[in-house]
Write a protein that binds this ligand. Structure first.
Ligand code: ATP
Ligand code: MG
Length: 659
């Protein structure tokens, strides 16, 4: 089938597929190259992606966005609370302190966790791929903002599992775009050049400084501003117009969620118009209290309004340069992606800061998804991709610590400092007489209220060697996806082993000549593995019993969605048949039915139509099929006569031509 890459955006998501002939973007059911990252709930089914967007404003309280910003976070996190500015559905605390939403679905109030919400959306993404490839999908690479922690990444992995996907790797968004650049840019040489990759998205702003050469990429430094992006610009515009509408129309849109949401949609449109025009109008009918509002914004005033937001890009870029430990002058190219980079003022500011023209060689909306698909293909045993290496770094430092024992001074160690290369492995030796546990935690400042705790690993099977503690070797790992583990643990022992003595070739030859032997051996002390130890993992990932339950629930909801969609299709087919047949009876089929037949058919069609608007409004799939077949049983006789005549005419014509 192919290898899938998914750019899970805050506004919209893009799916790419790597096939043997190259990488394509997969379009959704309405042929869009990106899909709104929204999940909605209805009286019968869920609305996912495009359909959630369509009904967003009429179903605000049951529509959820900000999916990736809720994922893996705590309800009482101030940043999560702040998200409610942009989310129609009420946020609630779920068992364990995480965040979820309370919505009305299938006639009941129901709570879903952020992980479940992301899983729902991923189910939709999976279906979009399956529609296109006509085969099942499993392996996928999904991108996350570079500021996502272990807990957020693990939650995404759980969500993918719930949706029946196998996330072979989680990758930082900007890194994925940089991979796209490294792989597809044809003029790279063996000489490394420094490229700044800048992503100005909907909800956040990120910069990574990379060293790029032919076939290879290293991220040297990164930084992001989690609160600068297109939606903050929209919010500033809403504030501006809220003020104006208050003065001119005496309404407070902040007091009315629906009005707020409609203005938010309208200002986003206005913002896009202002990217290409000197001024733009805003016009909303009956926004609230039956009042129509209108307004206008000039480019100058707009730029003044958003200047404080745009100014925030500079410190973030500086932080990335600092981490990379290079100066502005070393940057050869500034590659820009993300929807918000379409704003002229954003481009100007970036260009001014870097002191060079910007480069837009990447597809600014699709580069991340394409990079993800390429990385997925790298993992696939059946795909052949050109060789490419990439190396990322971590944003936060991670310490491992363990139960202290007497005589040990340190029981905590910074194993992976901020800026550490991903993936990395480090081996630490501890002396223990019995089972013990190791924990890991972040020691850098984390976003909002993200918890620093990463996990606990209990090492089992440790035995003292008489009075002496055993030498336990622990292998700590930060993997490609930015996830921390204790990969393995074993008991090691010092042994005396015989080793060939290293000597020069000349000496070797002399030895051989002397006594006909091949070299000498010496006795050396060596640390060797004696016994593997077992590890019990405890992390922020879902417990398997809970995950199983969520998988079952997700499958059930997906089946119900499908059933509801099938029923709707059957209903539409019946309705269409009624109108189509009614028209044809008096036209195309007129000469093929007696008056009596025609009037009987009309009666049946009328009755079916009435039924549809009455009790048939909300009938079962089987009922729609039965009603449709009832009509066909008469209608097909008439249609059959028509087709027969057509066929006879066609044959006669053929006969004619043969003569
Ligand atoms: P994020 O990266 O923050 O998770 P995302 O990937 O979904 O979000 P993008 O698709 O990069 O975000 O960008 C979407 C943003 O770009 C929206 O805020 C949208 O309004 C804005 N945008 C798109 N086109 C234009 C335009 N022509 N002018 C101004 N803004 C635009
Ligand atoms: Mg994005």
């Amino acid at each position: 089938s192919g290898s899938i890459g998914l750019d899970l955006g805050n506004a919209s998501s893009v799916i790419a597929i790597a096939r043997n002939r190259g990488i394509d973007v997969i379009v959704n059911e309405v042929s869009n190259r990106s899909t709104p990252s929204l999940v909605g709930f209805g009286p019968k089914a869920r609305a996912l992606g495009e359909s959630a967007k369509t009904q967003e404003i009429s179903n605000l309280k049951n529509t959820v966005g900000s999916l990736k910003r809720l994922l893996g976070r705590q309800y009482n996190d101030p940043e999560v609370q702040d998200e409610s500015r942009f989310i129609g559905a009420p946020l609630v605390e779920v068992p364990g302190g995480g965040v979820g939403v309370k919505v009305r679905y299938q006639g009941n109030e129901q709570v879903f966790t952020a992980t479940q919400l992301v899983a729902m959306y991923l189910t939709k993404m999976k279906q979009t791929v399956q529609e296109e490839t006509k085969s099942t999908v499993a392996d996928v690479v999904i991108s996350v903002p570079l500021w996502h922690t272990d807990a957020q990444r693990r939650a995404l992995i759980d969500a993918a599992h719930i949706a029946g996907l196998n996330p072979v790797r989680i990758i930082n968004e900007v890194t994925a775009a940089a991979v796209s650049y490294g792989v597809f840019k044809t003029d790279l040489t063996e000489e490394p050049k420094k490229v700044a990759f800048v992503d100005v998205g909907h909800s956040s702003f990120s910069v990574s400084i990379a060293s790029v050469q032919k076939g290879e990429l290293k991220i040297l430094g990164s930084a992001s501003d989690r609160k600068f992006g297109g939606r903050e610009i929209d919010y500033a515009l809403v504030n501006h117009f809220a003020q104006e509408f208050k003065e001119n129309f005496k309404i407070d849109i902040f007091a009315n969620p629906k009005a707020f949401s409609r203005v938010l949609t309208a200002v986003e449109r206005l913002k896009k118009v202002l990217s290409a025009n000197a001024q733009a109008p805003i016009n909303i009918e009956s926004v609230m209290d039956d009042k129509d509002v209108r307004g206008m914004l000039k480019r100058e005033e707009y730029e003044e309004l958003i200047a404080p937001l745009i100014a925030r890009m500079e410190p973030t870029i500086k932080a990335a340069l600092d981490q990379a430990n290079i100066s502005l002058d070393d940057i050869a190219t500034v590659e820009v992606i993300g929807g918000t980079s379409r704003i002229p003022a954003v481009k100007e500011k970036l260009s001014e800061f870097f002191n060079k023209p910007l480069s837009f060689t990447l597809n600014q909306d699709e580069a991340i998804a394409r990079g993800c698909a390429f990385v997925c293909a790298m993992h696939s045993p059946t795909m052949r991709v050109r060789p490419f290496k990439y190396e990322d770094i971590t944003q936060y430092s991670v310490d491992y610590f363990w139960d202290p024992v007497e005589g040990e001074d340190e029981n905590e160690l910074q194993v992976f400092p901020a800026g550490n290369v991903l993936p990395s492995t480090k081996i630490v030796t501890l002396y223990r007489k019995e089972d013990f546990s190791v924990q890991a935690k972040y020691t850098s400042e984390l976003p909002g209220g993200v918890l620093p705790w990463i996990g606990q690993w209990t090492i089992k099977g440790v035995k003292a060697d008489g009075d002496e503690p055993a030498m336990v070797k622990l292998r700590f790992r930060a993997d490609y996806s930015g996830i921390y583990t204790v990969e393995n643990a074993y008991i090691a022992e010092e042994q005396i082993v015989e080793e060939p003595v290293e000597q020069s070739a000349e000496e070797n030859d002399k030895e051989k000549a002397k006594d006909g032997e091949t070299g000498k051996v010496k006795k050396v002390k060596k640390i060797v593995k004696k016994a593997e130890l077992s590890i019990i993992h405890g992390t922020t990932a879902l417990e398997s019993s809970v995950k199983e339950k969520y998988i079952e629930l997700e499958n059930q909801m997906a089946m119900e969605d499908k059933h509801v969609a099938d029923t709707e299709n059957r209903k539409n087919a019946l309705e269409e048949y009624i109108y189509d047949m009614r028209g044809k009876l008096d036209d195309l089929y007129s000469e093929f039915a007696s008056d009596e037949e025609k009037s009987k058919m009309h009666d049946m069609l009328n009755a079916a139509e009435e039924w549809l608007y009455d009790e048939g409004e909300d009938a079962s799939k089987a009922q729609y099929i039965a009603k449709h077949e009832e009509l066909l049983s008469v209608g097909n006789i008439i249609k059959g006569r028509y087709l027969e005549k057509q066929e006879a005419e066609r044959r006669a014509k053929e006969e004619e031509e043969r003569k």
